[in-house]
Design a protein around this ligand. Structure first.
Ligand code: DGJ
Length: 751
């Protein structure tokens, strides 16, 4: 059955973001600055043709024939030409969605074991549908109104197994962004086993690229690294049950000459919080293939007849103006089409968090004392971090017992919140919903409620196990406990933490042939809980966290508009983390606080935290009088620059590389009427080059340096630059030009 449906608001004209040329059988998808094309070839093969800068026409059929054949390339017998070979081989062609076992030996996206026990998978085109808007895929994903995006669904089928695939492409017409997702349906009478189902495959016509990705660890998340594409396979992944600290589900394939402002960059970011993989394979013909999606290591899914499986969404951004423009497109896309919380557009409260100041050592009086001082300094909200529940006085107990420890909070939670509210501060609370301590009432009642496999000891990490939230009754229990607290108290903010990885991945509630589904079911369980909480409490500001930034991914952003970026609160170390995070995530999502890390002046700590949601993580009573005055200035600056930083465009002016003595970043308002440049000196130099060339300004506009009143053209500031002169204030006093100090320059365009 061939399906062909065209339900767009627009007629089939060249204005369409998605076009199908019926004669050539070419689908062409155009975004603001990019084009993407593939062709339906004989026998239903879906062959990729092009992804790159925008092109007006679709005369791309020549790309079908990209390689020299030799007799070893497997071919479709029906397509043999008169000379006996050379018509079509999956081994050579760029394929739109690669499968395992039928002649394409490069990285596969789809591998299904059928009832006969073999895994050969070969899907061929059946039809398409084009419509306005974007479908709900039942998982976190970008969203769009009917006039903001168009969607193409390509239907393909493996005739032998009746595995039916829908490739879903959505094109954002006003951004250089598109998304891909994949649905698999079992239309056979037999069980199918999915061994691998990735979301996206892009075959590049060469391999002259570098890979940019974000590696890290606890306290050093999302550090940018760049390596050349080389022959063989290069992979980043997580097998830890969450996206994790070690790699982020982000990769960019960039031209060799790509810089912040010039060259081509293809950014890929998976909207998924569980195990993932992203790989690039370069073959002997010097072509490169990118694939990405759910990690296939330890994954298998049993698909009953009539059932379907949805693979998560991959966001794809193209830029021919370097990585800076790629990042700004990601930021816009996520601000406009991913983050659902109403807090995305609302001024976030400046919070003071108890963790680094008190750890587990607090009671109601201490928190009230924090709040009193915080109020005097101009802050908005007190967040009570870990340690308020069960009998938790250290990290050895009580996860899962979400009732108030009244020995600590004498008079109970409502009384504490009232005292804090009476001071004039909002109140926030900490949870770690997916975890359970062996020393907890919950564990004693339900020892089977944690992730485990039969007959093996459970590994322990931070004295805790992971709850088996693949089970509905477990999710219900945690939801009900937390609902009780959140609904009965005036709570404005929840920090949702997750402090260990999954080991012994198994569930006592699943049969043997579904044990390898646990990782994905766990991720779906997390989504279910977050959906329930964010729907039940739409006014609460949720901040995600995972031992710092161990689950900083687009799916978490879908539920919580901000994520704790890292447990590293040292301002200088944070620079690398924040620069890396900004490759695809917007500033408004960075949880960033001023902490008690005296290696850098408090002014620098404030300037670095301003590039984020802003707050404090220290005992405000212990600040010196001078530092208190600085804090008062900072909270005013937070409001002054809020719109510019949260809704403006980011330029990474000087990156904090290992040998850089300073780094700098800049926010420019969308209408280019103002800019804020921040520079931090990371290490001591005898003589420093202090000329910084600004970016993103209007060359025609005149900008006034707010501090001095000096007038400069945008052209001058961008081409000649701006000199930041070190000021010697005395021995031992931080100044610009010595280790750890910072400077902000605010330029406002003349009206
Ligand atoms: C890890 C988080 O990253 C910290 O901010 C803090 O909330 C601790 N967990 C509490 O256990």
């Amino acid at each position: 059955m061939l399906i062909s449906e065209h339900n767009s608001r627009k007629e089939k004209d060249t204005d369409m973001a998605i076009n199908f040329d019926e004669q050539k059988k070419i689908f062409k998808l155009d975004t603001l600055n990019s084009s993407y094309a593939f062709q339906i070839y004989d026998e239903g093969y879906i062959v990729h043709l092009y992804y790159g800068g925008k092109i007006p026409d679709n005369n791309l059929t020549q790309f079908l024939n990209r390689g020299m054949y030799n007799s070893s390339h497997p071919e479709n017998e029906k397509l043999l030409n008169s000379s006996g070979f050379g018509a079509f081989s999956q081994d050579i062609q760029p394929m739109e969605y690669s499968t395992w076992g039928a002649g394409d030996y490069r990285l596969p996206c789809l591998e299904i074991t059928n009832i006969n026990g073999d895994s050969t998978t070969d899907v061929r085109y059946v039809g398409y549908k084009i419509y306005d808007g974007k479908p709900d895929i039942g998982m976190p994903a970008t969203f769009a109104a009917e006039d903001e995006a168009q969607t193409l669904e390509i239907y393909a089928e493996d005739k032998v197994t009746s595995a039916y695939v829908t490739l879903i492409y959505t094109v954002f017409e006003k951004l250089s962004a598109m998304t891909r997702a994949v649905k698999l349906e079992n239309k056979s009478e037999d069980v199918l086993r999915i061994n691998r189902i990735l979301s996206c495959c892009v075959d590049f016509s060469g391999m002259d690229y570098d890979l940019v990705h974000l590696y890290g660890q606890w306290g050093k998340e999302r550090t940018e690294t760049r390596v050349p594409v080389s022959h063989g396979i290069q992979t980043i992944s997580s097998t830890r049950g969450v996206s994790g600290h070690f790699h982020n589900p982000f990769m960019a394939v960039v031209g060799k000459d790509c810089t912040e402002e010039h060259g081509e960059a293809y950014g890929f970011n998976l909207v998924y919080s569980g195990n993932f993989e992203m790989s690039v394979e370069a073959d002997a013909r010097n072509t490169a293939r990118f694939v990405g999606g759910i990690g296939h290591d330890g994954f298998e899914w049993k698909l009953e007849p009539g059932d379907s499986f949805m693979a998560p969404e991959m966001v794809m951004v193209y830029s021919d103006e370097g990585m800076g423009e790629m990042s700004r497109t990601f930021h816009k896309l996520y601000m406009q089409h991913l983050i659902r919380s109403k807090w995305k557009d609302v001024r976030r409260p400046i919070l003071i968090n108890s963790w680094e100041a008190a750890l587990f050592d607090f009671d109601d009086d201490k928190l009230v004392a924090f709040a009193e001082e915080a109020k005097k300094l101009g802050m908005d909200m007190l967040v009570m971090d870990d340690g308020w529940f069960g009998k938790r006085n250290d990290d050895h107990s009580s996860l899962g017992d979400w009732f108030v420890n009244e020995k600590k909070l004498k008079g109970g939670l409502s009384s504490l919140i009232k005292r804090v509210n009476d001071i004039g501060l909002k109140f926030g609370i900490w949870y770690e919903p997916e975890m359970i301590s062996p020393d907890s009432e919950l564990y004693r009642a339900h020892p089977d409620w944690c992730i485990q496999v039969k007959g093996r000891e459970k590994s322990i990490a931070r004295y805790q196990y992971v709850l088996d939230i693949t089970r509905e009754e477990v999710r219900d229990n945690i939801f009900n406990q937390m609902y009780d607290v959140l609904s009965k108290n005036n709570i404005d903010y929840v920090k949702w933490d997750f402090n260990r990885y999954i080991t012994e991945p198994g569930s006592l509630a699943l049969p043997a042939d579904r044990q390898k589904e646990v990782f994905h079911r766990f991720t779906l369980g997390t989504y279910d809980m977050m959906k329930r909480f964010t729907e039940a409490f739409p006014d609460i500001l949720f901040e995600n966290c995972s031992s710092g930034g161990g689950r900083f991914d687009p799916a978490m952003l879908y539920y919580s508009p901000q994520i704790w970026t890292s447990d590293c609160t040292d301002a200088i170390e944070r620079l690398t983390i924040q620069f890396g995070t900004s490759l695809c995530y917007p500033a408004s999502s960075f949880g960033a606080h001023v902490a008690n890390r005296p290696r850098t002046p408090i002014s620098t700590r404030g300037d670095v935290a301003l590039w984020g949601t802003f707050g404090y993580e220290l005992d405000p009573r212990k600040l010196s009088d001078a530092d208190k005055e600085t804090v008062k200035v900072q909270v005013k600056e937070y409001d002054k620059y809020y719109d510019l930083i949260h809704f403006g465009e980011l330029y990474r002016v000087i990156k904090p590389t290992d040998d850089a003595f300073q780094c700098a970043w800049e926010f420019v308002s969308e209408d280019k009427s103002e800019a804020l440049l921040t520079a931090v000196t990371m290490r001591q130099r005898e003589t420093s080059n202090c000329v910084i060339k600004l970016k993103g300004l209007d060359p025609e506009k005149i900008y006034i340096d707010e501090e001095t009143g000096e007038r400069y053209s945008g052209a001058l500031l961008m081409k000649a630059g701006f000199v930041i002169t070190p000021v010697f204030k005395g021995w031992g006093i931080p100044m610009y030009g010595t280790d750890g100090s910072s400077i902000k320059k605010h330029f406002v365009a003349e009206k």
